[in-house]
Design a protein around this ligand. Structure first.
Ligand code: SAM
Ligand code: SF4
Length: 447
C-alpha cells in the first residue's frame, strides 16, 4: 500500500514508502505531520527527496524482504547524492533495532513503533551526521500522552487511530511482539480530533486498531467501543463511520445494536476468520469456533440486513490437512465474502507457531491459495454484478487514477467509478450502478 504523497512548498523534501496495512498508512501521515515542523514537505518521488523513510511491516516474510531490497536500491542514490538521509521505521525497525544500522551501513536512522515522537530529534541528529536507532517500548501512560494526533491532508475521508498494539497473541502473528501491549487512546481526544476534522471538511472516518472492538476494555474508566461509536455518530456534519479490524471474539451485543441503531455506521465489517477449521482455529489461538463465527455473521446480518462481510484467510498453517482446507472453502461458500485477503502462512520467528512442525510443502500451499483465490474471484464478481441496476449512495472521494472519472464508495465499501463534475468531490450522491468488474462498479448519477 502506498501513501498518496502530495507536494507542499516546504524547503526540504520527504519521501515516505509505506508497507503493509492501513495502520502503517496512518502512521505515515503522522510522520509527515511531525516532520513538517522541520521544514520537510512530501514528495511523490524518491529521486528528488532529501529524506527517505521506509515505514515497514513484518507481518509476513515477503513484506520484510521487500524492505531489504528497497534499502539495496537506495544505496546507489545515497552514493550519487550526498546529503540524502535514509531511515527505517515500523515493525522491521522494531525487530532489528541497532542491528539494522550495522547490517546497512548507509542507513541513517531507525525508529521503532513506539518512537515516532523522537523522529524530529533523530532527523536533526542525522542532519548533523549522527546515526541513531531508537526502539525502546514505552509504558502505557506515557504512550497515551505521546499519541501523535493524526494530521492527514485535508480530504473527504480520514483514518483515525483509536488504539495501538495487541494482546491477542494469535499463534502465527508477530504484531504483539513488534507493536507491544494494547492501549486505547482517550475517547475525549478521539472525539475532539474527529470534530475538528469534520469542521475542516472530512465526511467519513475509519477508526483504526489491530482489534478495534476491544477498545476501552483494558483501560479503567474508559468507554466501550460501542459507546465510542455512539459518541462519534453524534458529531454533526459527519456522514459515515467505518472501522477496522474487528476480532470476531470481541464483537459485543452492544456493537451489534450499533449496526441496527446508527445509520452513520456503514454496512460493512472486516471480520477475519483466518480458517474454517476448528482444529486450525484452536491451534491459531483465535478464541472462537467455526460455529461461533457463523452465528456472529448471522447476528450481524440480522442487525444490518445487506451488511457486506470481508475477511482474511491464511492457508498452509502448520498441520493444516486437505480436510481442514476444505473446511475453509466451505466456510467461504457459507459466507460468500464480498472480498477476502488471503495469505500463505509465513513463519515469524519468536511466535508460538514458529515452533510447530510444518509438513506442508510450498507447492501445496501455493496450490491451496490458488484454489481459494479462484473461488473468491467468483464470489466477488457475483457480488459486484448483483449491484448492477441498484441505486446506491456514494460518497465521492476524488478523481480516479484512470482517466477522467471520479471515484467513491458505497455504504457497503464497494468502489464506484463515475463520470461526473469534479466539484462533486466530498459530496454524497445517489447513483445507479450500470456495470461491474472484478474490482469496482460503474455508476451514473441519478438526476
Ligand atoms: N488484527 C487483525 C486480526 O486479528 O484479524 C489482523 C492484523 S494482521 C496485520 C493482518 C492479517 O495478516 C491477518 O488477518 C492475517 O490474515 C495475516 N497474517 C498475520 N500473520 C501472518 C502470518 N504469519 N502469515 C500469514 N499471514 C499472516
Ligand atoms: Fe495479530 Fe491476532 Fe493481534 Fe490480529 S488479533 S494483530 S492477527 S495477534
Amino acid at each position: 500500500m502506498t501513501l498518496e504523497n502530495t507536494i507542499v512548498p516546504e524547503s526540504k523534501l520527504l519521501y515516505i514508502e509505506t508497507f503493509g496495512f492501513q495502520m502503517n498508512v496512518s502512521d505515515s501521515e503522522k510522520i509527515a505531520a511531525l516532520l513538517k515542523g522541520l521544514g520537510y514537505g512530501l514528495t511523490d518521488s524518491h529521486a528528488n527527496a532529501d529524506l527517505i523513510l521506509l515505514n515497514t511491516c513484518s507481518v509476513r516474510a515477503k513484506a520484510e524482504h521487500k524492505v531489504y531490497s528497497q534499502l539495496g536500491r537506495f544505496r546507489g542514490l545515497k552514493q550519487e547524492r550526498t546529503g540524502v538521509l535514509l531511515g527505517v521505521g515500523g515493525c522491521v525497525a522494531q525487530q532489528e533495532g541497532e542491528r539494522l544500522l550495522k547490517k546497512v551501513p548507509w542507513l541513517d536512522l531507525v525508529f521503532g513503533t513506539h518512537n515516532l515522537h523522537l523522529l524530529p530529534e533523530m532527523v536533526r541528529a542525522a542532519e548533523r551526521g549522527e546515526r541513531r536507532a531508537e526502539v525502546a517500548f514505552i509504558d502505557a501512560e506515557t504512550r497515551l500522552d505521546l499519541f501523535p494526533p493524526g494530521d492527514a491532508p485535508a480530504g473527504t475521508t480520514r483514518f483515525v487511530t483509536v488504539m495501538q498494539g495487541c494482546d491477542n497473541y494469535c499463534s502465527y502473528c508477530i504484531v504483539p511482539y513488534v507493536r507491544g501491549r494494547e492501549i486505547s487512546r482517550r475517547s475525549a481526544e478521539i472525539v475532539a480530533e474527529i470534530t475538528a476534522a469534520v469542521a475542516a471538511g472530512v465526511k467519513e472516518v475509519t477508526l483504526l486498531g489491530q482489534n478495534v472492538n476491544s477498545y476501552g476494555g483494558k483501560t479503567d474508566g474508559e468507554i466501550s467501543f460501542a459507546r465510542l461509536l455512539r459518541e462519534i455518530a453524534a458529531i454533526d456534519g459527519l456522514e459515515r463511520i467505518r472501522f477496522t479490524t474487528s476480532h470476531p471474539k470481541d464483537v459485543s451485543p452492544e456493537l451489534l445494536d450499533c449496526f441496527a441503531a446508527l445509520p452513520k455506521l456503514c454496512g460493512h465489517i472486516h471480520l477475519p476468520a483466518q480458517s474454517g477449521s476448528d482444529t486450525v482455529l484452536a491451534a491459531m489461538n483465535r478464541g472462537y469456533t467455526r460455529a461461533e463465527y457463523l452465528a456472529l455473521v448471522a447476528a450481524l446480518t440480522t442487525a444490518r440486513p445487506g451488511i457486506q462481510i470481508t475477511g482474511d484467510m491464511i492457508v498452509g498453517f502448520p498441520g493444516e490437512t486437505e480436510d481442514d482446507f476444505q473446511q475453509t472453502l466451505s466456510l467461504m461458500e457459507e459466507i460468500h465474502y464480498a472480498d477476502l485477503f488471503s495469505f500463505i502462512y509465513s513463519v515469524r520467528s519468536g511466535t508460538k507457531a514458529a515452533q510447530l512442525p510444518d509438513g506442508i510443502n510450498r507447492k501445496e500451499k501455493q496450490e491451496r491459495l490458488d484454489r481459494l483465490q479462484s473461488l473468491q474471484r467468483e464470489f466477488t464478481a457475483q457480488r459486484n454484478s448483483s449491484f448492477v441496476g441498484t441505486r446506491q449512495r456514494v460518497l465521492v472521494e476524488g478523481m480516479s487514477k484512470r482517466g477522467n472519472q471520479l471515484y467513491g464508495r458505497t455504504d457497503g465499501n464497494r468502489v464506484v467509478n463515475l463520470v461526473a463534475e469534479p466539484s462533486l468531490v466530498g459530496t454524497m450522491v445517489e447513483v445507479t450502478i450500470t456495470d461491474s468488474s472484478q474490482h469496482s462498479l460503474l455508476g451514473e448519477i441519478v438526476a
